[in-house]
Write a protein that binds this ligand. Structure first.
Ligand code: TYD
Length: 149
């Protein structure tokens, strides 16, 4: 029995590059280059290579992650046994993360600056930080999908 899960919606994005002889310029517009209106930006830097960040799922927030400098990796899990790993290694490449996927960010290079664009303002209560709780919510919602078919 295959469940559809939000992991299918995870995708790499390539942003328009408008650089010239003066240098590089990359454009990221809400609702155009990323599939949501951008309400928040934050960035992560100075994480050691052995640090794992994220380790949560979000009930409401969608994100786009861009390594504007340096490199990192993102592992995405769907709570139903599937996982995918993506490398962020160019300033004009991002990854789109929909709601309700589990994500780990790791393998940060020393110069890594990871820019995160979010569809929501911060609300700690929409985070699921316990993997067992995440799996439980995913399994409950996939049962509901089955029952409504
Ligand atoms: P955390 O979610 O642990 O970061 P990461 O996703 O990289 O693992 O956030 C670290 C702290 O920052 C935590 O106390 C919550 C706070 N925070 C905000 O206040 N606003 C935000 O937009 C974010 C992402 C975090």
């Amino acid at each position: 029995m295959q469940h559809t899960s939000n992991i299918e919606k995870v995708k790499m994005l390539e942003f328009p590059q408008k650089g010239d002889e003066r240098g590089h310029l990359v454009v990221v517009e809400g609702n155009q280059d990323v599939p949501f209106e951008i309400k928040r930006a934050f960035y992560i830097y100075g994480s050691d290579p052995d640090v794992v960040r994220g380790q949560h799922a979000n009930r409401l927030s969608e994100f786009v992650l861009i390594n504007v400098a340096g490199t990192s990796k993102v592992k995405v899990k769907d709570g139903l046994g599937r996982e995918k790993v993506f490398s962020l290694d160019r300033p004009h490449i991002g990854i789109y993360l929909p709601t309700m996927v589990w994500k780990d960010m790791y393998d940060f290079s020393e110069d890594s600056v990871l820019l995160v664009l979010a569809s929501t303002h911060y609300d700690g209560t929409e985070y699921i930080r316990d993997y067992a709780e995440y799996e439980k919510e995913i399994k409950e919602s996939s049962h509901q999908v089955k029952e409504n078919k």
